[in-house]
Design a binder for this molecule. Structure first.
Ligand SMILES: N[C@@H](CCC(=O)N[C@@H](CS)C(=O)NCC(=O)O)C(=O)O
Length: 226
């Protein structure tokens, strides 16, 4: 499996999902020779990235048989479903759809909301974009009240005796990491650069710190910057 990525971008989200899943993958760095120009995106051999994604953006997940998946929500849910036992997304239909709902919210209401903040546009447009984002982040802050992660998952816990023999299993339900957390963490990582004010959003800030402490997230960040 290959992940086409660019450091500091939304491809961090599927990278976190892959690291959490423990699935081996090859990371292919896309570089931009001409910032903001889709014709400038290049593969490591210097060829045009549009041969992989005609729209010239990351992330792209390429399966071993050559099929490709585009768009963050689809990619990370696919990764989650490869390892259902890890509960990177709830596997019941409603729980799965709730994670998809949040992934779509992050993609359209947050991720795309940053676009003007990375462009040369009038200050009034940027101020409006920051207000729009602050409003949506405030809602997520409320959603995270009293919770470590955005959704509940159901983990299968093994019971063992003192010598390590398996005695049985039980289910434990409660807030747990899902791929929607990896995507939310990714867009939160842009807030300083984009000057989006998160002051007072204590649940969201605690969530970000909790995510940053996860070994898989730390691996994803370190690998991106290699
Ligand atoms: N709708 C896409 C958006 C992906 C996207 O915005 N990718 C950015 C990085 S965060 C990119 O590659 N931009 C380069 C460009 O558009 O030229 C998704 O959700 O996956």
């Amino acid at each position: 499996m290959k992940l086409y990525y660019q450091s500091g971008t939304c491809s961090l989200s599927p990278r976190i999902a892959l690291e959490e899943a423990g699935i081996p993958y090859e990371a292919v760095r896309v570089t931009n020779q001409k910032m903001g120009d889709p014709e400038g995106q290049r593969l490591p051999d210097g060829s045009d990235f549009r041969a992989v994604n005609p729209l010239s953006y990351v992330p792209v997940l390429e399966l071993d048989d050559g099929r490709r998946l585009f768009e963050n929500p689809a990619i990370v849910l696919y990764i989650a479903d490869l390892v259902p036992e890890k509960q990177l997304a709830p596997q019941d239909s409603f729980g799965h759809s709730k994670v998809l709902e949040r992934l779509c919210f992050i993609g359209s209401e947050l991720h795309m909301g940053f676009t003007p903040l990375f462009m040369d546009v009038p200050d009034a447009v940027k101020t409006s974009a920051r207000g729009h984002l602050r409003h949506r982040f405030s809602w997520l802050d409320q959603e995270l009240q009293g919770r470590d992660y955005q959704f509940d998952t159901q983990l299968l816990i093994e019971e063992r005796d003192t010598t390590g023999n398996l005695l049985g299993h039980h289910h434990q339900s409660g807030p747990g990491f899902t791929v929607a957390d990896g995507y939310l963490f990714t867009v939160l990582s842009w807030t300083e650069f984009a000057q989006v004010d998160l002051a007072g959003l204590t649940n969201l800030l605690a969530f970000r710190a909790r995510m940053a402490a996860r070994p898989a997230v730390q691996r994803a960040l370190a690998l991106e910057n290699q």
